[in-house]
Ligand binder design. Structure first.
Ligand code: C2O
Ligand code: CU
Length: 574
């Protein structure tokens, strides 16, 4: 009798305690080589009262599924934009052709199917995808459109690491939001200029808790913020091990212990191992942002709670994940140790570079938006032209009032110096990188090789920019093309073609008049000009799948690679 009462009160007590936390969403995992992504508006209960209008992908109500892909495999993405406005989807960190990159130039109009594909060249890593339409990136990211990509390869698979998704290997997208009171929307520009959210969301869950097994667990952490930085560590200062950053595994784990913390800036990722084997089942520990007392210019370090740069989370320490320790997994063999070595990355050194470039953080005075090299981004200006296979050294200098997060598309690079010294490079950023923090009054130097993909087409460049969505939308962005010396082969005399069978119900074949014509881009529109399908460099030899189109008359626009001229043919979908 006494015992029953005791148990009952423990259960009751734990319900009360747990009630302050919500079980964290773990995005659905998708595997394979073909992925269908349906971007749409959704709603999610995030605060008491109305559900909040969100943006999501497939079955999620905020954010999107986690895509598992394998190195050396060709992956195909069928991205359908079911928002009521144009968007783009950028594969952040992915090494792929610029025309597949999903930057501000690969605009997917509402209702359109975009079909990029590529062979995965990245090594095992935690990447992500998100909208990148110029001037609406902040609004669409605020709604929650985005997702993780997990690349696997044989090197990573051969290591004894936690690898059971959602069990001992979890993704953790950190962000924060504010809510318009009395309505069911997030605070987002242009209605408000507030840049920081007041409330933490972990995988789109407020006050998140998650049960992790009593063993080594792996957390793949992404700073998915609009602007805030996170200074991460555990609430009991326990040691954790960084095993990977943006571009994949480090050569060896880096232990972070005691009162040391790891700064994770917007767009950056780290994978960590932490040992829960010595914790009692039912005990808890928090992963926290130790964001109080940071140096001036750290985004989210501002003292104010209200106003344009105010937030309830500013300059304070807060939980980003409340971990409940549960039983050891029985579905998989628990990992009991941290591997001593992980990978053998052959990094570039400053001495490998044959081209040196300098980029300055500018603007930000009074009403002036932040910029790079005193130039506000415009879609039709190519800031840099890079020769294919060149190894370049870039130094980004921030003699300005605020810190920023700097990201380069196309490649993973090595950060070789901060303020001119290799000794200042953090151990947490010692692997391949695509994004880094440039604090106020610092410079960061990186070296990277622009290999594999050249495309002189100025309408499909790669981007480099500040990853604070508001800064990026405000024009703190530039773009580059990677080129190779022009081939001297003569242009094809014709790019005429016919389509068959026409009418067609499912697969449409292209018959080129000149077999040497290379197809660069196919766009299918309705007869009134509405774009319904976008096919960058389609593999047209096996026909083009038009099964997603409704019956009707369409225009097939073909751009050839050499002349970039466009020829059209009508076809009927029956
Ligand atoms: Cu994560 Cu240019 O983007
Ligand atoms: Cu910035």
């Amino acid at each position: 009798m006494k015992k029953t009462l005791f148990i009952a009160s423990v259960v009751f007590y734990s319900i009360i305690v747990q009630a302050q936390y919500n079980n964290m969403s773990m995005p659905e995992a998708l595997y394979g080589k073909t992925f269908n992504l349906n971007i749409h508006e959704s709603t999610k209960q995030l605060v008491t009262g109305n559900q909040t209008i969100t943006g999501a992908i497939n079955n999620e109500t905020f954010w999107g599924p986690t895509l598992f892909i394998n190195k050396d495999e060709e992956v195909r993405l069928n991205v359908t934009n079911n928002l009521n406005e144009s968007t783009t989807v950028h594969w952040h960190g992915m090494h792929l052709p610029a025309v597949m990159d999903g930057g501000p130039h690969q605009v997917i109009p509402a209702g359109t199917l975009w079909q990029p594909y590529w062979t995965v060249k990245n090594q095992a890593s935690t990447l992500w995808y998100h909208p990148h339409l110029h001037e609406t990136t902040q609004a669409q990211m605020t709604k929650g459109v985005g997702g993780f990509i997990i690349v696997r390869d044989s090197q990573e698979s051969s290591l004894a690491l936690p690898r059971t998704y959602g069990v001992d290997d979890i993704v953790l997208a950190l962000t924060s939001r504010s809510y318009n009171s009395g309505t069911n929307t997030f605070v987002t520009p242009p209605a408000s200029t507030r840049v920081y959210g007041d409330y933490m969301l972990s995988n789109g869950t407020p006050k998140a808790q998650y049960t992790l097994p009593k063993q080594y667990v792996r957390l793949r952490i992404l700073n998915a913020e609009i602007e805030r930085g996170y200074n991460l560590a555990f609430s009991d200062n326990r040691t954790f091990y960084i095993i990977a950053n943006d571009g994949g595994l480090l050569n060896a784990p880096v232990a972070i212990s005691g009162t040391n913390r790891v700064k994770l800036m917007v767009g950056e990722r780290i994978e960590i191992l932490v040992n829960l084997a010595n914790d009692a089942i039912g005990s808890t520990v928090d992963l926290k942002a130790y964001n109080s007392g940071l140096a001036l210019g750290f985004p989210g370090g501002e003292p104010n709670t209200t106003g344009q740069f105010g937030s309830l989370l500013n300059n304070t320490d807060f939980s980003v994940l409340h971990i409940n320790v549960g039983a050891t997994t029985t579905t998989t063999t628990p990992i009991t140790a941290v591997p001593t070595t992980l990978a053998t990355n052959a990094y570039w050194a400053a001495s490998d570079a044959t081209v040196t470039r300098a980029i300055a953080v500018t603007g930000g005075q009074g009403p002036m938006p932040f910029s790079l090299d005193n130039r506000t981004f415009v879609l039709n200006y190519i800031n840099k032209t890079i020769n294919l296979n060149d190894i370049e050294k870039w130094t980004v200098t921030n003699n300005n009032i605020f810190g920023h997060s700097f990201h380069v598309h196309d490649i993973e690079f090595k950060v070789v110096a901060r303020n001119g010294s290799a000794a200042n490079v953090g151990t947490h950023e010692s692997g391949w990188k695509d994004t880094f923090y440039v604090p106020r009054n610092e410079s960061v130097t990186f070296v990277g090789k622009f290999d594999d993909f050249a495309d002189a087409d100025v309408t499909h460049p790669y981007m480099y920019h500040c990853h604070f969505a508001g800064h990026e939308d405000g024009g703190m962005m530039g773009q580059f093309i990677v080129t190779t010396p022009l081939a001297t082969t003569s242009f094809s005399s014709t790019n005429a073609f016919t389509l068959f069978p026409n009418p067609s119900s499912n697969i449409l074949f292209v018959a080129l008049k000149d077999v040497n014509t290379e197809i660069y881009y196919v766009t299918i529109t309705t007869i009134t000009g509405r774009v319904v399908m976008m096919l960058p460099q389609p593999q047209w030899q096996n026909g083009i799948d038009i099964s997603s189109l409704e019956t009707g008359v369409y225009i097939f626009q073909m751009m050839d690679k050499k002349t970039k001229s466009v020829t059209t043919q009508k076809f009927i979908k029956k």
